[in-house]
Write a new protein. Structure first.
Length: 204
């Protein structure tokens, strides 16, 4: 559990919750850098939260967006810690946004299939945040790693299929970014395209 203490000014609930989440996530991700850009990692969750703010949202969604990578990236923080600090609504959202696969669950395709099945069960609010996460990550990877983008794009096309219950505006934005990657219009629902991870074609 991260030890931190802060006096918060009297302000609206949403503002206080967002500020608290930002302080918590900044401390949790301290020393971590973003791949490709070398920026402090906290830049990413802040960007995800800002994207979520462009569509209908709740204070809990903004807090969860800021905290969405904490469980995966910081072993000392648990979902119970998030619950204790931010309440059950935020904790549940963070839980839905956290990958469930582990390194010993198989190859990348097998692990991504497990995470995809988990995300498919998530509520619309969590899927909206996941769309914002996809949008921000996609921009960076497309620009910085075109070779990995070929694999990543196929994974995200599959992810988009289970995120349709999320915000429609963000879904369209995310889909446009993925479809535009190499100029080829691969159908999001056609998992028989060459190069699609075999686990999603039912071959393993």
């Amino acid at each position: 559990m991260i030890e931190w203490h802060e006096n918060y000014p009297i302000c609206r609930y949403g503002e206080a919750l967002e500020e608290k989440a930002l302080i918590f996530a900044t401390k949790a991700h301290e020393g971590q850098l973003r791949k490709y850009t070398g920026e402090n990692y906290i830049v990413h969750p802040i960007a995800v939260a800002e994207i979520v703010k462009t569509v209908p949202h709740t204070p809990e969604m903004i807090a969860a967006a800021i905290l969405h990578d904490v469980i995966e990236d910081v072993p000392s923080v648990s979902i119970d810690d998030i619950d204790a600090e931010f309440g059950v609504q935020v904790a549940e959202l963070v839980g839905w946004l956290t990958d469930v696969s582990r390194p010993d669950d198989g190859n990348r395709a097998a692990r991504k299939a497990l995470d995809l099945a988990h995300t498919a069960k998530a509520p619309a609010t969590a899927k909206t945040i996941k769309l914002a996460d996809l949008i921000h990550n996609t921009l960076t990877i497309k620009e910085r790693d075109p070779n990995f983008w070929k694999v990543y794009r196929l994974e995200k096309l599959a992810l988009l299929e289970v995120l349709r219950e999320g915000d429609a505006t963000l879904w369209a934005r995310a889909a446009a970014q993925c479809e535009a990657g190499d100029g080829k219009q691969i159908s999001i629902i056609d998992t028989n395209q060459p190069g699609w991870p075999t686990v999603w074609r039912g071959e393993i």
